[in-house]
Ligand binder design. Structure first.
Ligand SMILES: Cc1ncc(COP(=O)(O)O)c(CNCCCC(=O)O)c1O
Length: 446
């Protein structure tokens, strides 16, 4: 395994108040130029980033527990990614694969055939964003089955386009006032052990299946789409057996099973893909985020008979599989292998879970600690209840930021703090960040 090296000092340094003067200047300019609808978690502006740190425009070095929302798994400037991008951009930035194709696109698809779950014949298509991948997975499923209904789940997040908003559960901020939404999307109950009384995974799946059969009719369903671990909805890990039971039913009823691994993919959960934890083999898998070391790239990989059912020209887009993004993806995949980042994610998870589990024994406001690998979550509630405490969650995230640690919240109820560090973060920096987080929880939750 190749040792992880760093270009920047891996340290937390606060030289100014946050935000510092340069960030404040940028905030003023942003107000006059950027739509207010675009939010940002951190009030500081990035000047550099490497490994587990982001250095802001005022020279502050912050510890990154967000990875740009599970994107910079290999870090935000991995040397192999930087070299690959530089080499490609010096030759050409774009020809459009639908006009003049290039090898790197094919190489990425070959990698995805090998890396994604299942040893069946596969085909892939490359896009730019996770939402675009989800949209196209549904297109393929509808064409291949001749059916229109799509099943999504409570707490799901699939994107911000019209169809993916329809698939997404939470209204504010993602959907409110942006309708009407795409039709033929049906929502089913999710296995959410902390909130469904610890329902057995098979029983929870059977409940969803019963509703699908009664409310829609199996022969009308083109696809089921689900995140193997729900991300924006709160890092919800379904009970064991939930996913395999859904897959089994889908296979038996000609329904395409789509695993949305945009947030869980590329070593994040301790395996290459979260489906691997339960041996789930999806018919189509959607990917983005961690695929290309920070460059915008997304993909669908699926059964050859499904994807090849689409007529010529039915899939594509101007920038899909941009050559620079493909070069970055090949380098990022190589880096994941070099550093054995699935194992690293498992290690990060063990270290963090030990800290969180111990803390939860003392802090009744921690209602649940869950996740896999380096995709962990703390759900905060009013002690002794399951009543979400979003205010406490926000206060803890704010305190961490003041201490120079960037965290993200999530959850249908806004009461979840998630741990999403770059997988290349050092043990020392991870430990320091966990101490800041656990101290903030201890100070504010008591
Ligand atoms: C499972 C899953 N599917 C699809 C998507 C959408 O991916 P795009 O690349 O943001 O379109 C996501 C993106 N998640 C973070 C979105 C953050 C925000 O927009 O506020 C995801 O997690």
């Amino acid at each position: 395994m190749t040792e992880i090296s760093y270009r920047l000092p891996q340290r937390r340094v606060l030289s100014t108040a946050l935000p510092g003067p340069r960030s404040q200047e940028l905030a003023a300019r942003r107000k006059a130029a950027v739509a207010a609808g675009v939010g940002s978690t951190a009030p500081v502006y990035a000047a550099d980033a490497d490994g587990g740190v982001i250095v802001d425009v005022d020279g502050n070095s912050l510890i990154d527990l967000a990875a740009g929302i599970a994107v910079t798994n290999v870090g935000a400037s991995h040397p192999k990614v930087v070299a690959a991008v530089r080499d490609q951009i010096e030759r050409f930035a774009h020809t459009c694969f639908m006009v003049t194709p290039y090898e790197a696109y094919i190489q990425v698809c070959e990698e995805l055939s090998a890396l994604t779950p299942g040893d069946h014949e596969k085909r892939s298509v490359l896009f730019n964003s996770g939402a675009e991948a989800v949209e196209n997975a549904i297109k393929v499923a509808r064409l291949a089955t001749g059916r229109t209904a799509v099943v999504a789940f409570d707490h799901a997040y699939h994107g911000r386009t019209n169809l993916t908003m329809a698939l997404t559960a939470k209204s504010m901020p993602y959907k409110s006032h942006f309708g009407p939404f795409a039709p033929e999307v049906y929502r089913m109950p999710m296995s959410y052990p902390f909130r469904d009384g610890g329902l057995d995974g098979v029983a929870a799946a059977r409940e969803a299946i019963s509703r699908i059969e009664k409310q829609i009719g199996a022969d009308s369903v083109a696809a089921i789409i689900i995140e193997p671990i729900q991300g924006e909805g709160g890092f919800i890990v379904p009970a064991a057996g939930f996913l395999p039971t859904l897959v089994e039913w889908a296979r038996a009823n000609g329904v395409v099973f789509i695993a949305d691994e945009v947030q869980t993919g590329f070593a994040r959960t301790g395996e290459w893909f979260a489906c691997d934890h339960e041996g789930v083999v999806p018919d189509i898998i959607t990917m983005a985020k961690g695929i290309a070391g920070g460059m915008p790239l997304s993909a669908i990989t699926g059964r050859a008979d499904l994807l090849d059912a689409v007529h010529a020209g039915g899939l594509g887009g101007t920038y899909g599989g941009n050559p620079v993004a493909c070069a970055a993806a090949l380098a990022a995949i190589e880096a994941i292998r070099d550093h054995d980042l699935p194992a690293r994610a498992k290690h990060i998870g063990e270290v963090a879970m030990a800290r969180f589990t111990a803390l939860a024994q003392e802090i009744p406001a921690i209602g649940d600690v869950r996740g896999r690998g380096a995709m962990l979550a703390l759900e905060f509630v009013r002690p002794g209840t399951t009543e979400p405490d979003a205010a406490l969650t926000a206060a803890i995230a704010k305190r961490c930021l003041e201490q120079g640690v960037i965290t993200l919240t999530c959850g249908t109820f806004g009461n979840v703090i998630r741990l999403l560090p770059p997988l290349v973060i050092s043990d020392e920096l991870l430990d320091e960040a966990l101490t800041v987080l656990c101290t903030a929880i201890g100070d504010l939750a008591n």
